[in-house]
Design a protein around this ligand. Structure first.
Ligand SMILES: NC(=O)c1ccc[n+]([C@@H]2O[C@H](COP(=O)([O-])OP(=O)(O)OC[C@H]3O[C@@H](n4cnc5c(N)ncnc54)[C@H](OP(=O)(O)O)[C@@H]3O)[C@@H](O)[C@H]2O)c1
Length: 239
């Protein structure tokens, strides 16, 4: 896909991987619309020349409101990037309200936005949807059952949607990041990829019309999984 002149919507595009995707698409000539909740982060994105819309995508009304604010925009690229982890740890009381918000943000929100914005995308000469899942969508880890379930659901949805829209102008891409150095992983130790490098591989997949961006170590996980799904699951569950 040619990026110059395109209009891209990046959810959760005010921080982490999302702002890096937004910056790199902007540098290649796209007009960018980002959303998030924190006012100071939205302001900072505006200062970088992006349009920033306040939206909470963890419930249906927030998605509807966001799409209303996008009315009339000729959107070519929808990047469903906003995500959060939902705790479900041993020894902690389970916060089911948090769990529901995480499942909605990670899985339902991309479906809502795609359903509401697809008519616009179908009108464009070439368009793309990018759903940001995770290496954990391939094989889950013990530490995040809700998160892993939501990302595996989004992966399956994305694979089906790609075939569903195969004869249309809308290309469907899944981006699978490894552990990336962002606010989401601030409490995790160990090696992390930079958000900038992760975004560069995702933007490259958009430009080259790839079906998937298997980012960094996720390429290795895909290889191991293709040889032995049981081995990949055994390694990842302790990750
Ligand atoms: N970091 C990793 O290691 C990693 C690995 C694999 C996959 N991923 C996936 O990559 C995506 C980006 O992750 P990240 O690490 O860049 O996260 P991040 O640094 O925490 O940024 C999350 C972004 O989403 C926005 N957001 C959060 N909750 C929202 C809500 N309810 N409504 C609207 N926007 C919301 C945040 O802005 P506000 O807080 O201001 O709303 C922020 O812009 C996520 O889907 C994540 O699951 C991340």
């Amino acid at each position: 896909m040619k990026i110059t002149g395109k209009v891209a919507v990046v959810t959760g595009g005010t921080d982490g991987i999302g702002i890096e995707i937004a910056r790199q698409l902007k540098a290649k000539g796209a007009s960018i619309i980002v959303c998030g909740r924190r006012a100071d982060y939205l302001k900072a994105a505006e200062k970088e020349g992006m349009e920033a819309i306040s939206a909470d995508l963890s419930h249906a009304a927030g998605c509807d409101e966001f799409v209303k604010k996008l009315a009339g925009r000729p959107i070519d690229l929808l990047i469903n990037n906003a995500g959060m982890s939902g705790n479900f740890g041993p020894g902690e009381p389970v916060d089911l309200a948090l769990t529901d918000r995480a499942i909605f943000l990670n899985l339902n929100a991309p479906m809502h936005l795609i359903a509401l914005l697809l008519p616009t995308l179908l009108e464009r000469d070439e368009a793309a949807i990018v759903n940001v899942t995770s290496g954990l969508a391939i094989a889950p880890r013990a530490g995040g059952p809700v998160y892993c379930a939501s990302k595996a659901g989004l992966r399956s949805f994305t694979q089906s949607l790609r075939h569903n829209l195969a004869s249309s102008n809308v290309h469907v891409i899944e981006a699978l990041p490894p552990v990336v150095d962002t606010s989401m992983t601030a409490t995790r130790s160990g090696s992390k990829m930079s958000a900038k490098d992760c975004a560069a591989q995702i933007v490259d997949a958009i430009i080259s019309n790839k079906a998937e961006a298997n980012v960094g170590m996720v390429k290795m996980l895909r290889l191991v999984y293709s040889l032995s799904p049981a081995l990949a699951r055994m390694v990842m569950i302790r990750y």
